[in-house]
Design a protein. Structure first.
Length: 320
């Protein structure tokens, strides 16, 4: 079943409610310019392109390329399952019950593992453009495809994990809407790219902390949140003291538990996150200096040295 919009359109609160139900959540409140908009309201809230596909039983894809016409805020309840979302153009900000504030920049992705119904809120200002691709897999789809175990340790109603899509996947997500004369082939193409998206999203969980880790589940979950912060903010001026304070542990405990959880130090992990993100940006057409500055390197020479050590060649070789 597909609701693919091929030309720009305006969307009302009724449209929002209908598409939400198909994607796996239910709006509790829609607020436009400070006033609540319930169902039965035909006022246009946004303009652009939105498409929803039920690709397989239990697997739904949503594509959005929109601009809000008014200041917009929504509160919704999400059903159990796995949400994988990629921000192509943004940023996209929100709040998730059990996870707190969530900020995802363009070029970033997140996995939201939902164990029980939970609330999330989103907010966008009038005139803001963003483009996202999101897949939602119900628990039965995860179990049928034998990937339900590929997830971080449970530590609440939900767990959030940021990651960086490959440049190849990013390119395919951006061209997903290119139409052929045969709608059935378009749908098969979207299903293929969505399965590739799910594969990249779940692959890191294959090397996630083992069940035999000496850490308690609560400590594993705490260290996973530290890693997710590094993934979400690779350019930030991270310090062990600040990360430890945010995690509620001492610097010594952070260093010991992070290595026990992931087999590497905090800053070795951060360096690789930065270099992987920079490589993706260069593959997308950014200059070496732009990419190195974006991921937090102040001196291009230091970036080039680190890049060569990780990948075996200079960053400039990618663009030749």
């Amino acid at each position: 079943m597909s609701d693919t919009i091929g030309t720009p359109a305006h969307y009302s609160s009724d449209d929002h409610h209908a598409m939400a139900e198909r994607f796996g959540y239910r709006y509790r409140r829609l607020s436009v310019a400070g006033r609540d908009h319930g169902s039965g309201n035909s006022c246009a809230l946004l303009t652009g392109l939105i498409g929803v596909d039920v690709l397989q039983p239990g697997l739904t894809l949503t594509r959005s390329d929109i601009i809000h016409l008014h200041d917009f805020e929504a509160e919704a309840e999400m059903n159990p399952g796995l949400l994988v979302s990629v921000v192509l153009d943004g940023p996209v900000d929100g709040w998730v019950e059990g996870c707190g504030d969530v900020a995802t920049q363009a070029g970033m992705a997140l996995n939201l593992y939902i164990d029980s119904p939970l609330l999330f809120t989103g907010k966008q200002a009038s005139g803001v453009h963003y483009s996202t691709v999101a897949a939602f897999a119900r628990q039965d789809w995860l179990e049928e495809n034998e990937v339900a175990h590929m997830r971080p340790p449970r530590g609440g109603p939900a767990h959030l994990h940021h990651w960086i899509p490959s440049a190849a996947l990013n390119a395919r997500l951006r061209t997903m809407e290119r139409q052929t004369p045969i709608p059935a082939l378009d749908r098969l193409h979207r299903e293929m790219v969505t399965l590739e998206l799910m594969t990249e999203a779940l692959r890191p969980m294959v090397t996630a902390p083992a069940a035999t880790s000496p850490l308690r589940p609560a400590d594993l979950a705490r260290m996973a949140r530290v890693r997710d912060r590094l993934l979400a903010e690779p350019d930030a001026d991270h310090t062990l003291a600040k990360l430890a304070c945010d995690a509620g542990v001492s610097v010594t405990v952070l260093k010991e538990q992070f290595r026990a959880a992931f087999g590497r130090s905090v800053f070795d992990t951060l360096r690789d996150i930065r270099l992987d993100r920079a490589r993706s940006l260069i593959e997308e057409g950014w200059s070496v200096s732009q990419a190195s500055a974006y991921v937090g390197y102040r001196h291009p020479s230091n970036f080039t040295t680190a890049f060569r050590r990780r990948f075996g060649h200079a960053p400039g070789a990618i663009r030749r």
